[in-house]
Structure formats: C-alpha cells, structure tokens
Design a binder for this molecule. Structure first.
Ligand SMILES: [Zn+2]
Length: 385
C-alpha cells in the first residue's frame, strides 16, 4: 500500500489545494493572465524565534524549472528574519500560481527542521548532535527530516537511508533490547565489543537496570580503554534532574581518571535542555524536537501586477531585496536594487538576494550538502538561542 505522494505526483501539481485550480479556470475564462511578482516570506517565526534558517530551496525549484519564470532567492542555508522575502518569483500568474501549495510545503517544513537543528547546534556549541527522530514521523519522509536536520547543523543521522542520501555514515550503537535480552549492561557491552567492528565507537546505554553512575563505573572497569562513552536515556519517570545525573557521572569518571569516557544523552531533548546539560555532556541524540520541529509559516503573496505595486492587507507591495552590511551585520529589506545603498555605519550594503532562475533555467549549479551546512554554521556562529 502506498499512500504518500510520489515526486512525479508532486511535480505534476497533484498535491496542490483545489482552489488554485478554480483560480486557473476562472482566470482562463476571463482571459486574464498578468505578469505578477510574488514574494515568499514569514511574518513571524515559531515560539518567537528571533531568526530562522532557510532551506528546501533546491527541492522547491524542481517545481519551477522549465516554467517561463524568473526567481530571486536567498541561498539555501541562509539566515533569515521575519518579514524578509526568501524567494521572489516573477512570471505570468497561470504559469506558477497553482503550485503555491507544494512550493510552500517544500520550504516550510525543511526550514522548520533546519532552524530547530541550528538552534540545538548553537546551544551545544562544539558538542555533537545526532538526529534520532526518524521513528516519530512517517517513514517516507525519514530522509527529508534528516537532510534538513543535517543541513541545519547536526553532525550525523541515525537512519540508514538518510545516511545514504547524504553520503555520510549513519550513527548509532545498540538499543535497550540487547541489554534486556542479555540480562546485564556489562554483559551486553562485552558482546557488542566482540561483534561490532572496532571503528564503531563503544557507546553503551547505562539506564536499563541500575543506577546510571554505578553502571558507568562497572563499564569503565570491565571494558577498560575500549569504552568510548556512555549514553543516558533515562525514562522521564526516573529522570529527576538529568543535568545532575550527567554531572555526577562526569565527576566520578574524572575521579576514576577516565576523562576519555564521554557522556551522550538522548530522550526529549531540545535547545533549552541542551544548554543546561552542555557543561557535562559531550553529545546528544535529538529526536522528536527535530522531526516534529515547528514549521515556518511562510506565505506567498503577490506584490506587483504588470509592474505596479499591489498587495493584500498586512503585506508591503513592491518587489524587495535583502541587504546586509558586511561591517556591522545590519540588515534591511529595500525596494530598489540600489547597490550603492549605505548603512548607517557608513559601509556600503550588499545584496543577499540572488538571481536563481532565469526563464525557467537554474543559474547556478546546486551546492553540495556540506556547502549548505557550512553556510548555516557560519551564519549562526555568533548567534544565541
Ligand atoms: Zn553597517
């Protein structure tokens, strides 16, 4: 049984809202097909976030390619702020108007996941974050979730197909079931060490049966130098203060001269608790908060018809570009593409919005996953959450 839409169905416009087809029928009958400029922007960000990460562009452009339209956009992986147009499309309305639903669908969820990933990464600083959220969403979008989490800055993914698509090795150790079946944490760790290739780190769960600190010290003794890290995935009912648990383990390991043993944690993590844990923890498995990240409510609005500024209430008419001052970082959304525009600090402002598609043809070669991910990491390096 297949319920999910195929790429062919999406590109054929079959997932669009029916009312766009009604619009098409009416405008055709009225002989109206003007040249319009439409902007995609978000008025607000979820939970009052100050900034977002824009992704999903390359996928979205698949809908546009071959159509007689021009597109300007922020490069994929760019930082954006509420009110800034991330994509601008210019063309005859009937050429692209009915694709609004999938166009937004491609970027709203992607940007939501990448934004959450970037926020977690900002909170975790140089510590590792893995995307563990595959199990929380429909499996047909597993590689989608992991792609945008990875672009947003996480360091690895757990699902096999996601790793293949991204060209990276999926990461993970063993589930609780192995420890339950073998009956003991240390016994399971020894069995793991016997079977799993040595290039896979020895990271062992310590929350299955006994106290996390006691299990950690047992593992440190029995596995010796082979133990790379322990993982705490303590259930909420027993959690109490996870930061305190991590701190105790860290201090006991240090006391036992095992600074080399790292602490990984997972279960219900987001940017807020990562911030609290970060002094004691070396890596995180983040699941639901990434895969179920709040979507960015981008909307598409016409801002010009036949070159004349016009729009609906609540939106500013006229095509706009995003400018940034390279010296002080100040940004402005301006109407005219005036490259001599000066910032208040006296520096010339540069345009971030780039011409992306001309007469339906992509202007630049798509970037690699790592190019985009590096852009995100560079953009967020001085930001906070
Ligand atoms: Zn400036």
């Amino acid at each position: 049984m297949q319920i999910h839409a195929t790429l062919d169905e999406i590109l054929a416009g079959k997932t669009t809202d029916i009312y766009f087809n009604r619009a098409k029928e009416i405008l055709k009958k009225e002989n109206e097909n003007p040249l319009v400029t439409a902007e995609i922007w978000a008025k607000n960000l979820p939970d009052g976030y100050a900034w977002g990460i824009f992704t999903g562009l390359e996928e979205a452009l698949q809908l546009i390619q071959g159509l007689d339209v021009a597109v300007w956009a922020l490069p994929e992986g760019s930082l954006f702020y509420p009110g800034e147009p991330v994509i601008t499309i210019k063309g005859k309305y009937l050429e692209f108007g009915s694709l609004e639903t999938p166009l937004l669908g491609f970027i709203c969820q992607a940007s939501g996941i990448s934004t959450k990933a970037a926020r977690c990464k900002v909170a975790a600083k140089e510590k590792t974050i893995l995307s563990f959220g595959a199990r929380r969403m429909h499996p047909s979008i597993t590689p989608v979730i992991d792609r945008y989490a990875y672009l947003g800055g996480v360091d690895g993914v757990s699902a096999i197909l996601s790793g293949e698509r991204l060209g990276i090795k999926p990461k993970g150790t063993i589930p609780h079931s192995v420890i339950l079946i073998l009956g003991d944490t240390v016994k399971a760790a020894i069995a793991y060490d016997k079977t799993i290739p040595t290039d896979i780190p020895r990271i062992i769960l310590v929350d299955t049966f006994r106290d996390e600190k006691v299990e950690t010290l047992r593992l440190a003794t029995s596995l010796g130098d082979k133990l790379d890290a322990i993982r705490i995935d303590t259930p909420a009912s027993r959690r109490g203060n996870l930061t305190q648990i991590a701190r105790e383990i860290r201090e006991e390991l240090d006391l036992a001269n095992r600074k080399d043993v790292g602490i990984f944690t997972s279960g219900g993590l987001d940017e807020a608790n990562i911030k609290n844990l970060n002094k004691w923890v070396d890596g995180y498995g983040v699941g639901t908060s990434l895969s179920n990240a709040p979507t960015i409510n981008f909307s598409l609005d016409i801002v010009e018809i036949e070159g004349k500024p016009i729009t609906k209430k609540g939106k500013t008419a006229g095509m706009k570009w995003i400018f940034e001052c390279e010296r002080c970082g100040k940004r402005k959304t301006l109407f005219n593409k005036d490259t001599t525009y000066k910032c208040k600090c006296g520096n010339r402002m540069t345009i971030l919005t780039k011409e992306t598609v001309k007469k339906g043809k992509l202007i630049e070669i798509p970037e690699t996953v790592d190019d985009i991910r590096n852009r995100v990491l560079t953009e967020v390096r001085y930001l906070d959450v």
